[in-house]
Design a binder for this molecule. Structure first.
Ligand SMILES: O=C(O)CCC(=O)C(=O)O
Ligand SMILES: [Fe+2]
Length: 292
């Protein structure tokens, strides 16, 4: 099995791309491939190198979290302004990249959170549901996506040669076929209760409910985790990759110093909506799943 990875030979965040290339990259991404840029580096300035120390991470958190919309920085210890500046630069770089490589998405692309993970993955103990060393597709418990895709940009900023070690699993259509039948419908009225108690930011649609359930049952399926076809991929330091993490089965096994930017893309902005997990699940359900 070859890893579902398409290699982009670019070294700039706004690369000059020949006509037609972005069409091919967009199709590869929508098909469930990782767009991997081995030579695209997120460079830190000399004074920023001190933020690679895991001691910048506070509150027992996994990541520093930044909201480019408001400038709010969470879980950071140290010079808040300088750290926020570094995060903002990553958010801008990632957005520039997506808009240049995938120009078709530019006008509809919504910017979400920026994160930085200065600590190693290895040896982190968490609950099963939060354990990203197990194969999963992303679903956010408190931030429903409704009819939007989750598109993420990752950069390995490690300075001591440590790659980000991932596993990539089976295509989403196979995940859906295997796990969607196990998903129970949400209790009537539960989405409204979650929203009114502010347990979710917005209304948890049936699609959000299904994706969360798939995320959880997938992680709990021990035999599946062992036996499903999967390939290893090592993202070296100074590389960057773009993924629809709501569709690509992934697990992160090792690595340290990762930057990540989350974007949301309305399904309607895709070249081929039928490839969206939302549409794949709706075909199985035989009804719309993103109604609010
Ligand atoms: O930390 C990583 O490399 C990725 C973890 C993950 O699964 C995610 O952020 O969705
Ligand atoms: Fe994930």
């Amino acid at each position: 099995m070859n890893p579902p990875v398409e290699c982009l030979d670019i070294a700039e965040w706004r690369p000059p791309l020949p006509d037609g290339v972005s069409v091919r990259y967009t199709a590869a991404l929508e098909d469930g491939n990782v767009l991997y840029c081995p030579k695209l580096r997120f460079a830190l300035s000399e004074p920023e190198l001190r933020f690679l120390d895991p001691a910048v991470l506070g509150d027992n958190a996994k990541s520093l979290a930044f909201d480019p919309a408001t400038g709010t920085l969470k879980h950071a210890r140290g010079d808040q302004q300088k750290i926020a500046g570094m995060m903002q630069r990553y958010a801008d770089a990632a957005r520039t990249l997506v808009c240049s490589v995938l120009p078709r998405y530019a006008s509809a692309l919504q910017t979400g959170r920026t994160s930085f993970r200065p600590a190693g993955i290895e040896g982190r103990s968490t609950s099963l549901a939060k354990d990203d060393t197990l194969l999963h597709v992303d679903a956010f418990p408190t931030s429903p996506v409704a009819d939007r895709r989750i598109l993420r940009v990752f950069s390995n900023a490690n300075r001591s040669g440590k790659p980000r070690h991932w596993r990539l699993g089976e295509p989403f259509a196979d995940v859906a076929k295997r796990f969607y039948p196990q998903v129970r419908r949400p209790l009537p009225g539960s989405a409204r209760v979650l929203k009114s108690l502010r347990l979710t930011r917005g209304y948890r649609t049936e699609y959000d409910h299904a994706m969360l359930a798939i995320h959880d049952v997938m992680k709990r399926a021990t035999e599946y985790q062992r036996s499903v076809p999967q390939t290893e991929f090592f993202f070296p330091p100074d590389s960057t990759w773009i993924v629809f993490t709501d569709m690509v089965s992934h697990a992160a096994l090792a690595g340290q110093h990762l930057f990540e930017q989350t974007f949301y893309l309305p399904v309607s902005a895709m070249v081929d909506q039928e490839k969206a997990p939302l549409r794949i699940l709706e075909r199985r359900a035989g009804r719309p799943l993103a109604a609010t």
